[in-house]
Design a protein around this ligand. Sequence first.
Ligand code: SF4
Length: 69
Amino acid sequence: MEHIQNGQCGLCTHFGETHSSSPALVTIMKSHEAPLNMVDECGHPKNATLHLKVTPISGCDGFTPAAQA
Ligand code: SF4
């Protein structure tokens, strides 16, 4: 498990946006920890059409904090 900080995909509202209530994503929100081998789609409007896949420790300037569960 890897610690996820503010600004990283794992805590961004766009990380796995289409299934944001999935248990794995909710767990990351609560614990700020994520598996190293995880990838999910970025739903940011500028990336969605590219089907960009990111890891929880990735990041970009489009970061938007996800609402805390
Ligand atoms: S790539 Fe940027 S917009 Fe997409 S999930 Fe990561 S921080 Fe959020």
